[in-house]
Design a protein around this ligand. Structure first.
Ligand code: CO
Length: 205
């Protein structure tokens, strides 16, 4: 494990702020006024999948929540609060579930070893495995099976979003929430849209 040079982080930060100001000296005054993010993104906490870096977004573009394996749990007040604030206060109308191949959380659920407390969280993914058991068993190659599980997990979390009171309230009020199922491929750096990959029509909403 290498030592972390935190001083370098602060130096990087100062350089970044100077560069931003050089492009627009009012930038920070402008973003101080408030946020109007384009979308809510639910991603994995994995340090390699940083959505803002991968999607090259600016400050204020994405309202982001991250947890292990990008799970929507109906007892998770943290995510539900984020979603409610995004939809009801920030008027966000697009929600992206952003999974990634090579997800350690998905793999841990798949391997079904004992990992302590986290097993309670990973049970959400074991549910996904149970719902899609035959489809997964049809895939002989284990890496491919795990990739499929990552994709199914993203699609399943979309279904979980649809079951939230927040989504249902929005629908009842005639608000159209567009749901997006994306997977980041850490072996290529590319983000895949599962709706396009599997020609899922109409839109997931
Ligand atoms: Co992950």
């Amino acid at each position: 494990m290498c030592n972390i040079d935190f001083e370098q982080y602060f130096a990087n930060n100062r350089h970044w702020a100077e560069t931003v100001l050089a492009g627009n000296m009012d930038y920070f005054l402008e973003i101080k006024e408030g946020q109007q993010p384009k979308a809510l993104l639910l991603g994995c906490s994995d340090s390699r999948v940083s959505p803002a870096t991968v999607l090259v977004t600016g400050l204020g573009d994405l309202f982001i929540h991250r947890n292990i394996a990008n799970v929507v749990s109906h007892s998770d007040l943290n995510f539900l609060s984020v979603m409610q604030y995004a939809v009801e206060s920030l008027k966000v109308r697009d929600i992206i579930v952003y999974g990634h191949y090579g997800c350690g959380g998905v793999r841990a659920a798949y391997e079904n070893k004992s990992n302590g407390l986290i097993d309670n969280w990973l049970a959400n993914i074991k549910d996904v495995m149970r719902h899609h058991k035959s489809e997964l068993l049809d895939i002989e190659n284990e890496d491919e099976r795990l990739e499929k599980l990552v994709e199914l997990n993203v699609l399943e979390q979309i279904e979980n979003i649809k079951q939230t009171s927040i989504y249902k309230d929005a629908m009842d009020h005639g608000l159209k929430i567009r749901l997006h199922a994306w997977v980041f491929d850490i072996s290529t750096g590319l983000v895949l849209d599962l709706k396009k990959k599997y020609n899922i029509q109409p839109a997931l909403t």
